[in-house]
Design a protein around this ligand. Sequence first.
Ligand code: ADP
Ligand code: MG
Length: 383
Amino acid sequence: MKSTLASYFEKTYGRPAEAFAQAPGRIEFIGNHTDYNGGLTMGVAIDKIVMAALARRDDKKLCFASIKTGEKVLVDMDDLQKRDREHNWVNYPLGVFKYLLEAGMTADCGFDMLDMSSVPPGAGLSSSAAIELSSGYAMASLYGFDIDRKSLVRIGRQSENLFVGMPCGILDQGVSGYGKADSLVYIDCLTEDFSNFPLPHKCRFWLFNSTKKHALVDGLYAERHAECMEAARVLSEGGKMRLLRHFTMSDLDAAKEKLSQKVYNRARHVIEENARVLKAKELLERGDIAGVGRLLNASHESSKTLFENSCEELDYLVDTVSGVEGVYGARLTGGGFGGAVMAFTDDTFSQTQANEVAQIYEKKFGKKPMIFACASGDGAKTV
Ligand code: ADP
Ligand code: MG
C-alpha cells in the first residue's frame, strides 16, 4: 500500500510525502458499552488498515485531500475549527492535530495529507480510530514529536469525543494502538491499562454487516451513555461520582427501588458484561474456546434484552451463524442499533458457509449483509 499511496501523494501534491504511518481497524471481541463505564473490554486489531502520508508545506495551512473524490479541504493552522457535516472526514485528523499541539508538539509550518484505507467506513470495524491513530503517528513523525503510545491513543479518543463529538470510550483507539498479530488486546478502561495476550491458534473472525443503521444511532448511543451515568450517580448515593465499574450486582440490587427498570437493566448489562470479559480472559488462558463462544452469545443476549442496542436483523444474524459448523460464538460488535455481528470461528469456517448465512438473511430481509473475513494484525506504527 505504501508505494501506491506514495505515488498518489506525488500526483496530488506534486512532491513526495515525507512521513507515513498506518493503523488498523478493530473488532470488539467482548465487552459491549463497558469502556466509557470504566469497565473491561477486549478487542482484536485486524489486517485492514488506514495509511496516512504527510509532507510539510511552506505556509501555515493544512490540506486534506480525498483519494476517492480528489477534493481538497484547506484549513488555517491558526483557526482549528470543526468542519461542517459535508467535510466531517477532515475532523478526525484535524482534531488529532489540535490535541497534539496541546500536548506540546510544535509545528512551525502546515502539512499536506493524503490517506488510503482498506477499512470500510461505518461497517463496525472502526475506520475512525484507524484514521486518528495513523494520522497521529504520521504527524508526530513529520514534526519530530516524541510521544508515547498511550498518549497518542488518548489523543485519538479526545479528537473523536471532543472534536468530532462522538462520546466513544477508549476501546477503538486502544485496540488500534496496542494491537498485535495473533493477540487480543485486553483493556482495563479505568486504569487505561492495555495488555496483549495470545489468541488460540487457527481462529478467525467474520464480520457480517447488516447495513442497517438506526436513524438515531448517535443519539441512542448518547442516551445509553447518559443512562449508565444516571445509574452510577444513584449508586454513588450523592458521594463522589463513580463509574459503574465500581459497583457489583449486589450494589445494584440494593438500589433497585431508586432506579427505573430501564436504568437498572442498562446497569445490569454493564456489570455482568465486565464479569463476562474477565471470565473470557480466564477461559482463553485455559484454552476453553467453546466456553468463550458461549460467553459471546451470552453477551449478545444481554445486549438484546437488557441494553436494548440490538435489533431484529442482528438477532437473526447471530441466531443463523451460531448454528453453523465451525462457529464458536457470535454477538453484535460495536455500538449496536444496527451495524455488525462478529462470528468467532475455527479455520474450517469458509466463505461458502458465510455466503450461505448471507443468503438466509437475504431471504428474510431482502438484502445481503456485507461479509468481511478478518485475521488479527499489528497496531499503529510509522512505516
Ligand atoms: P467506524 O469507525 O465504525 O468505521 P464511524 O462512523 O465511527 O464508523 O467513522 C466513520 C467516519 O470516519 C467516516 O464517515 C469518515 O468521516 C471518517 N473516516 C473513516 N475513514 C477515513 C479515512 N480513511 N480518511 C478520513 N476520514 C475517514
Ligand atoms: Mg468509529
